[in-house]
Design a protein around this ligand. Structure first.
Ligand SMILES: Nc1nc2c(c(=O)[nH]1)N(C=O)[C@@H](CNc1ccc(C(=O)N[C@@H](CCC(=O)O)C(=O)O)cc1)CN2
Ligand SMILES: Nc1nc2c(ncn2[C@@H]2O[C@H](COP(=O)(O)OP(=O)(O)OP(=O)(O)O)[C@@H](O)[C@H]2O)c(=O)[nH]1
Ligand SMILES: [Mg+2]
Length: 435
């Protein structure tokens, strides 16, 4: 077995009691694993077959559907086998142990199947990131964005590369034939090529912030004085007692997070300490955390109750687009803003609608760049290419060509064609076991 690449295996489904658990095996010993566990003839590739799985001593482990994928026609590009077992913990443990007993196998690292697909040239780095996003997607808008990025960004980058290679060839022709008669001025065509790529990169970058926000989820901070009803509002939204509430001002100190699928938008509501000057050192920590989280949030809800008007500290954090709420609306009173009551539920639907509208405005319909790594690579490409385009008519072609090459390299970084191990490690570490 030495010299041969390890055959990796891992559960591809989440652990716990479930109808079915899938074990994935990839590498040169995949067929040997299947033969060892089934004893029988191997099914044809891509034909599911029902087989009894046995351990090395012949003990029956499970009855499973098994699937073979031939080398060159699988997700990783290697020979692969899938065992679709019954989804019990003990079944999974026993089957994994039987796989582990076959020489040449070892448990996969998180993301290692995808790493092999990447190394085999079946996916580029932007696609790997999109695949990670797709698996992590918790809401419809996140899913739609991730699946659009799966291949979408790479196709664009491929088109840009094509245009830049042509621009480079034209520019270098001028350098190579400097002494001879240049048949035509190449600058107009180079300018058109560069300008087109720069404009398209700009379009992708323009919505990258919204795309990144959507990927990570929108934090919505609930702000107000102590006792304004922040925790009660969070609980009313959650439909459960997620946070402690009490008539005592200063109840909440930690930030309590509530993940929420708001019409397909991923929202994290943040309930926090009421804002006020305080001598209590623990409450002061809570206020400091609240302030920091409120500043970083995508949106702030400023809560004023009849018995707890908006404090200066909350007003200082308000930004355009934030929402003002009049809480405890069931008590009457005439605070300005959207009237809500945690007690009766009045105004909650209108509140959710208003939040969805505000956040929806920031969700790009064509977001393709949702990772800082991608954005930095594109910004570098854009800057180099814009510099090349601007200097076309007065800088020597040697410098123009150098800038175009810099832009090309940045695009290759985007799709991971040139990259350090470090970046790869970072990208793949986000993956779960079995992917
Ligand atoms: N059971 C199972 N379901 C799965 C996967 C899997 O590996 N196993 N997937 C995986 O993560 C996803 C589907 N993606 C896949 C991508 C490529 C290939 C594949 O075998 N590609 C070959 C053949 C292409 C073809 O037949 O058209 C290739 O590209 O050469 C398989 C699955 C989601 N569902
Ligand atoms: N009538 C009425 N009372 C409410 C409503 N919301 C909250 N209260 C009451 O107001 C008091 C404070 O509520 P909390 O939700 O704990 O207030 P908070 O803003 O989280 O307060 P701190 O955590 O101390 O900052 C409690 O006695 C709640 O029962 C409401 O909609 N109507
Ligand atoms: Mg509270």
């Amino acid at each position: 077995m030495s010299g041969q690449r390890a055959t990796i295996y891992a559960p591809a489904t989440a652990p716990g009691r479930a109808g079915i658990a899938v074990v994935r095996i990839s590498g040169p010993a995949a067929d040997a694993v299947l033969a060892a566990l089934t004893g029988g003839p191997l099914p044809a590739p891509r034909r599911a077959a029902l087989r009894r799985l046995r351990d090395g001593a012949g003990g029956l482990l499970d009855e499973a559907l098994v699937l073979r994928l031939a080398a060159g026609a699988s997700f990783t590009g290697e020979a692969m086998v899938e065992l679709h077992c019954h989804g019990g913990l003990a079944v999974l443990r026993a089957v994994l142990a039987a796989v582990a007993a076959v020489p040449g196998t070892r448990l996969a690292e998180p993301g290692e199947f995808t790493l092999r697909a990447f190394e085999a040239g079946r996916m580029d780095l932007a696609e790997v990131e999109a695949l990670g996003d797709l698996i992590a997607a918790e809401t419809e808008a996140q899913r739609a964005q991730a699946v659009r990025q799966l291949g979408g960004l790479s196709r664009l980058a491929e088109g840009w590369r094509g245009a830049l290679v042509r621009a480079l060839a034209l520019t270098e022709a001028v350098i190579d034939w400097a002494d001879e008669e240049v048949p035509e001025r190449v600058e107009p065509e180079v300018g058109t090529l560069l300008g087109g790529v720069v404009a398209e990169i700009d379009r992708a970058l323009a919505v990258s912030e919204g795309a990144e926000r959507l990927r990570q989820g929108f934090e919505v901070a609930i702000l107000g004085a102590p006792n304004a009803g922040k925790s009660s509002l969070l609980n009313a939204l959650a439909g459960r007692e997620a946070a402690i509430t009490s008539p005592m001002p200063g109840t909440t100190r930690d930030v309590v997070e509530l993940r929420y699928d708001l019409e397909g938008l991923p929202v994290v509501f943040l309930d926090m300490a009421g804002l006020r000057p305080t001598a209590d050192p623990v409450e002061a920590i809570g206020v400091a955390r609240a302030t920091a989280r409120a500043e970083a949030a995508a949106l702030r809800l400023l809560l004023a109750a009849p018995d707890a008007p908006l404090p200066r500290e909350a007003l200082a954090l308000e930004r355009p687009g934030d929402l003002r709420l009049a809480s405890k609306a069931d008590l009457g009173g005439a605070a300005a803003g959207l009237a809500v009551s945690a007690t009766t539920g009045a105004g909650l639907r209108a509140l959710l609608g208003a939040i969805a509208a505000r956040l929806g405005e920031r969700v790009p319909s064509e977001g393709l760049v949702a990772h800082e790594r991608q954005r930095l690579a594109l910004e570098a490409a854009r800057n180099a290419l814009a510099q090349a385009a601007e200097g076309l008519d007065f800088r020597p072609p040697e410098l123009i060509s150098e800038d175009i090459r810099t832009g090309l390299r940045a695009l290759e970084r985007l799709i991971g064609r040139v990259d350090t191990e470090e970046v790869l490690g970072e990208v793949f570490a986000r993956f779960c076991l079995g992917k």
